[in-house]
Design a protein around this ligand. Structure first.
Ligand SMILES: [Zn+2]
Length: 139
C-alpha cells in the first residue's frame, strides 16, 4: 500500500491539534486538492457528545473555505490516522461528506492488517443523494 507520505505526515501532525478531552483519542486527517494544496483537520469534541466533529469533516471544511474552482472536485486524496495505534476507519457521517465532495477520491486509513485505501463511493454503498428533481421543485 502506497500511502502518500506527505499526507500521512500532515495527518500525524494534525493529531496534535485535536480537542479531545473526553475520549483522549487524537484523530488527524489530511487531504490534497488538485493544485497540490494540503488541508488538515483534527477531531473536535464537545461535552454534548453529539456535537463532536470528526477530523475528516474538519479537513473538508478547511479545504472548502479555500475552494475557488468549483468546476473541479474539492480534493483527490485523504489520509486519516489517530493516536491510539488501532484502526479507526471513517464513520458514516464522514463517508457521506467525503462522497459528496468527490466520490472518486482515494481515502487511506488503517485497518487491522495495515493501511488500506478505497474510493469514497465504495465506502458508502447505498449512499443518500439529493434527488435533482426534488431540488429543482423546491429551489
Ligand atoms: Zn466521522
Amino acid at each position: 500500500m502506497n500511502v502518500p507520505e506527505n499526507l500521512k505526515a500532515a495527518a500525524i501532525q494534525a493529531t496534535t491539534q485535536a480537542y479531545s478531552p473526553y475520549s483522549k483519542i487524537k484523530v488527524g486527517a489530511a487531504l490534497i486538492d488538485h493544485d497540490g494544496n494540503i488541508f488538515t483537520g483534527a477531531n473536535i469534541e464537545n461535552a454534548s457528545y453529539g456535537l463532536t466533529i470528526c477530523a475528516e469533516r474538519v479537513a473538508l471544511a478547511n479545504a472548502l473555505m479555500k475552494w475557488q474552482d468549483r468546476s473541479r472536485p474539492l480534493f483527490s486524496k485523504m489520509v486519516i490516522t489517530n493516536s491510539t495505534g488501532t484502526p479507526m476507519p471513517p464513520c458514516g457521517a464522514c463517508r457521506q461528506m467525503l462522497l459528496e465532495m468527490n466520490e472518486n477520491a482515494e481515502i487511506f486509513f488503517e485497518t487491522a492488517g495495515g493501511w488500506t485505501s478505497a474510493l469514497a463511493k465504495d465506502l458508502l454503498p447505498g449512499a443518500f443523494y439529493m434527488r435533482e428533481d426534488l431540488a429543482e421543485e423546491n429551489g
